[in-house]
Design a protein. Structure first.
Lengths: 322, 314
């Protein structure tokens, strides 16, 4: 049966053009094709970054000892938050890639709240994201500064709240049966092990990514933006709407600025900033990915903390700067 | 079924993705999904899938004992869940190989909304903000215009007479980006603007920022015909999907066009429009409008999308 599947893919590989042209008369509804186009594009775009994430995670797993992690991570409670946020800015990765890495770091002994800071800060405070936001909004720098500034401040605030609630409890799902798997006598080389970890983790995380992409693309293919624009008119409601929208469309933080720009005529600056700050921190696909690694209670708390702090921050931002 | 089965299945799925991606790349169909500037990531992913697939293929259950560190063991054992999970991975492979590609068209454009004034954020004008607040409705601009086509025409005439005023006002409001200024400069002494694919969005941005400078020039532009629900027969938007990374983040940029010739153009038809650049008031913001002198039907272009022309991902 497996070989059947293999030959099916091989056949598809060799005759992709013929298959597709013979599928045209099948009259697949065009909304379904649109859905498929968007679904595949999210998946294909996210895969390299997911692979990168699981690769780094697997490298850490195989080659970096817990002592090294402990030595390099700041761990004095609240004081550690600022350097942690600065360190997060060094990871040029988006939300798909950071989750496996953070999970691995926490497992290797990094404090929980520092991990959370990485989780929320890295997808925003990131050179690529800065540049794409800058390019999209270069004639209105308020948005660019607000996104980066709020990203920085909120990462610290969220980290502090998480630290207050959970201290340093273990919030990872208990998945590994033994923590030192590499001390057996004869075993494959470290590189081979890294590859094994990598593909295992790809499947672990990938299923959530795929499911999230499926939901997000259905949302994009079937819900019109005019409808979204028509529900929120006040600052607070339009900010909430844009946060919800960011959650549902699950765009990569490296590209979402370009989408945000297209909302500029219908939405206030504050709600666009809400979209740009909230989206990278939380969306369908990364919620599902978080649930794969962390306890439900923790994921839920984190979601509430992020949502509330981002919302309050946006209202304050509106009040003070606009 | 035993673990070895799933190990093999995973290997096949990894190969499947490698095959799918390389097939999409060599047939060029990947351009329907991913922007050219992201291609190096696609090569990386394809290669990685091949390597992982091969390694996974030679992985045997015996070596599982010491190397899996429990990864596999926490996977849901329930047969139905397993079936669901693996279906999730196989689904994009099947649809990827089978579903024909289709350029997103006006039905999708309607869902995404169309930007008629370029893709770059321009500063809010105070007047505009006040207006939109008093106008109690938050529906997008297009709707407001469409609800009242007559009023729109009157506004248009008013605006034309006011154009000299708004020019001075605009100067103070826009932060003219050097890049756009340079681009606009290139067309200063030309009578004709040909909007090419590689500069599509940049030119439209420039056009709406320096609208007054471009007014009266001839323009030649290609795109698909898109009409808002209530748009008249002689009006349409010459639209393109603008992609920055992948087709999930496409937005629609378009230019308004008006002319009796347009009546015979049906939605989604690819057209090449030639006409004169005019300025029109579109719900309190000035946008370019083409007064059409000539329109011809064309084949859909090789590259259906236009891309954000940026070096930032490199």
């Amino acid at each position: 049966m497996i070989f059947l599947l293999f030959f099916l893919f091989l056949f598809g590989f060799l005759f992709i053009e013929e298959i597709k042209s013979s599928a045209v008369p099948l009259n697949i509804p065009s909304s379904l094709i649109d859905l498929n186009t968007i679904f595949l594009s999210i998946v294909l775009e996210a895969f390299p970054f997911l692979l990168l994430g699981v690769f780094v995670s697997a490298i850490i797993q195989s080659f970096v000892s817990e002592e090294t992690i402990k030595r390099f991570t700041p761990k004095k409670g609240y004081i550690a938050l600022v350097p942690a946020t600065l360190m997060a800015a060094l990871f040029p990765v988006c939300e798909c890639a950071i989750i496996p890495v953070v999970r691995r770091l926490i497992k290797k002994g990094m404090p929980l709240h520092i991990g959370v800071v990485f989780l929320v800060a890295a997808p925003i405070l990131n050179p690529v994201v800065f540049l794409s936001t800058f390019y999209a909004f270069r004639s209105d720098m308020t948005v660019v500064y607000a996104r980066m500034g709020l990203g920085f401040i909120l990462a610290i605030v969220i980290g502090a709240i998480i630290y207050t609630i959970f201290k340093n409890k273990d919030m990872l799902k208990i998945v590994e049966t033994h923590t030192h798997p590499h001390h057996h006598g004869s075993e494959p080389s470290k590189w081979k092990m890294t590859m094994y970890h990598m593909s295992d983790e790809f499947f672990d995380t990938g299923k959530y990514l795929l499911f999230g992409a499926l939901l997000a693309s259905s949302f994009q293919a079937f819900v019109s933006r005019e409808f979204i624009a028509s529900i929120g008119t006040e600052t607070w409601s339009s900010s909430l709407i844009m946060m919800g929208f960011a959650y549902l469309v699950s765009l990569c933080s490296e590209a979402d600025a370009f989408v945000a720009v297209s909302f500029q005529s219908t939405f206030s600056t504050a709600s666009i900033v809400a979209f740009l700050v909230y989206g990278p921190m939380l969306d369908i696909k990364n919620t599902l990915m978080l649930l794969a690694y962390f306890k439900k209670k923790f994921v839920l708390t984190l979601m509430i903390v992020i949502t509330v702090t981002v919302f309050i921050a946006i209202l304050l931002f509106q009040l003070l700067f606009l | 079924m035993n673990n070895q089965f799933y190990i093999n299945l995973r290997s096949i799925i990894l190969f499947g993705f490698a095959f799918l991606m390389s097939a999409l790349i060599y047939t060029g169909q990947i351009q329907y999904y991913i922007a050219p500037q992201m291609m190096k990531f696609m090569y990386f992913a394809t290669g990685t899938f091949f390597i992982l697939g091969i390694i996974q293929l030679f992985r045997s259950e015996d070596s599982e004992e010491h190397c899996l560190c429990g990864h596999d063991h926490h996977e849901t054992k329930h047969p139905f869940m397993r079936f669901f999970v693996y279906s999730l991975f196989i689904l994009p492979l099947l649809t990827g190989f089978v579903f024909p590609e289709k350029v997103l068209d006006s039905s999708m454009a309607q869902k995404k909304g169309v930007s008629l004034s370029g893709s770059v954020k321009q500063k809010d004008r105070p007047a505009q903000q006040a207006d939109s607040e008093s106008s109690k409705s938050s529906t997008p601009n297009a709707d407001e215009f469409l609800e009242d086509p007559e009023g729109y025409m009157e506004d248009l005439e008013e605006e034309v007479s006011e154009s000299s005023n708004s020019q001075t006002a605009d100067d103070g409001i826009y932060d003219y980006d050097e890049y756009y200024a340079e681009l606009a400069d290139q067309y200063k002494n030309k009578d004709k603007v040909v909007v090419t694919d590689d500069k599509y969005s940049d030119l439209l941005d420039t056009l709406s920022i320096f609208l007054d400078q471009f007014q009266g020039k001839t323009i030649e532009i290609e795109g698909f015909a898109y009409r808002e629900t209530d748009m008249g027969n002689d009006e349409l938007v010459v639209a393109r999907f603008l992609m920055s990374c992948c087709s999930a983040d496409t937005s629609v940029v378009g230019t308004m066009a008006k002319g009796t010739d347009l009546q015979r153009i049906e939605d989604d038809q690819w057209i090449k429009v030639t006409g004169t650049i005019k300025k029109t008031n579109y719900n309190d913001s000035m946008i370019p409008m083409i007064e059409v002198t000539n329109v011809e039907r064309i084949e859909s272009p090789d590259s259906p999308y236009v891309y954000q022309d940026i070096g930032i991902f490199n």
